[in-house]
Design a protein around this ligand. Sequence first.
Ligand code: HEC
Length: 160
Amino acid sequence: MIKRVLTVGLITLGSSFLLVSSAQDGPTPEQQAQQAMETRQSVFRLFRYNLGTISGMARGTVEFDAAIAERNARRIAAMAPMIPELFQAMDTREFDLDTEALPVIWEQFDLFQERAQALVDGANEFADIAAGGDRMETLGAIRAFGANCGNCHETFRVDD
Ligand code: HEC
């Protein structure tokens, strides 16, 4: 009995030490900023991947498939609200990061949000057209869809 109480006591003590030390060893603000940047960049890379297939259809390097075009556009529409969400979750302006995000994002956040919403709408409009299955109409709508990416980069991303 005594042994058991002692064991339970030791385990409790051990886990509270763990809790304390993990609180102290948590990510530094610099690490949090780095992680926030990596997360948002991952979203953009997924955009590039999904849009890339669609633009490949326009260039003729990817076989035309209206269902895939629609699916990829819906994916982008579903992920696009993550842009303002992630930039709002952490303002990384004061950190020294390898980022192309311009400080104006946090200074004109309403406009930034509008640009992200325009992408949601543009992606859904394109997906609706692709859902019709018409090849020429679908290919013809790609440029307008993709313009939503450039419209935001123009103001909010380093021009490279
Ligand atoms: C609302 C604004 C906004 C929209 C809309 C937007 N982007 Fe971006 N994009 C950014 C910003 C800001 C960065 C810089 C992120 C960073 O470096 O922290 C970026 C970075 C990127 C990157 C580089 C990611 C990396 O690896 O560093 C790619 C690729 C990209 N965007 C593709 C796209 C595509 C494709 C679309 C459209 C489907 C799109 N973006 C729409 C704002 C936007």
